[in-house]
Design a protein around this ligand. Sequence first.
Ligand SMILES: Nc1nc2c(c(=O)[nH]1)N[C@H]1C(S)=C(S)[C@@H](COP(=O)(O)O)O[C@H]1N2
Ligand SMILES: [Mo]
Length: 263
Amino acid sequence: MPKFQLNRRRFLTTATLSASTLALSGCDAFDFLADRDNGVRNVLEGANDLTYRVQRLLAGRESLAQEFTEADIRQPQRPNGITAPDDSVYKSLQSGDFADWRLEVTGLVEKPLSLTRQQLMNMPSRTQITRHDCVEGWSCIAKWTGVPMALVLDAAAVKPNARYVVFHCLDTIERSLSGEVKYYGSIDLVDARHPQTILAYGMNGMPLPVENGAPLRVRVERQLGYKMPKYIHKIELVDGFGAMGLGKGGYWEDRGYDWYGGI
Ligand SMILES: Nc1nc2c(c(=O)[nH]1)N[C@H]1C(S)=C(S)[C@@H](COP(=O)(O)O)O[C@H]1N2
Ligand SMILES: [Mo]
């Protein structure tokens, strides 16, 4: 395997306009939000659509999520959801250290791509120390390294009618009599082209561990954890979610979570 190297020639940006300026460090809990009957949470959820539009309006396309320092990293990123995919395709890719893994970029693009991890690592990278907020009520600060998604989208030449980016994952999140469901999720092109939206292959200076989504996971820093799919193998540009899953644009969205998980 080629030696894994993280490029440190990166710009640390200062925190700007962000709703998430709570001075949480490490994996602190904000337990009150985990309570599903909590009034604050209900208001937050009811206001989702409004939040989405207001954030767009006030914060603009380029506003950044807060970034932290090395000293703010207190412990490993807490793994959540699927942490060890048992799918045979994933396990065989993993046993070959992902040499045979590819990221497909398909759908509404002029130039479909099929990229190795090494090719992604050869592209310009960005490193950022950010706070991950899970809807279950915990937060974690970690350092993420990856290729800005805008660069991958540009390489694929997104068609003008594309509206969303869908992430297809290798892990099965649900098994029932009616079949198996693989994790998937989506964001719009504004978030996809946001400067802090990266396809991450490194975490805390090391290759991304399996628990946290190896070989590739997305970071969308102004949204909640469930909006950041792990174990990605395909990025699809679409103009709607109609035919996909239950039609809401993501595994958790299909089960009632907001499509815009802004923080
Ligand atoms: N493929 C996949 N992506 C996923 C999940 C998952 O179960 N499978 N869980 C989501 C949730 S709810 C969270 S909080 C984060 C957890 O990321 P971490 O394990 O790196 O902390 O991944 C998100 N992305
Ligand atoms: Mo989460």
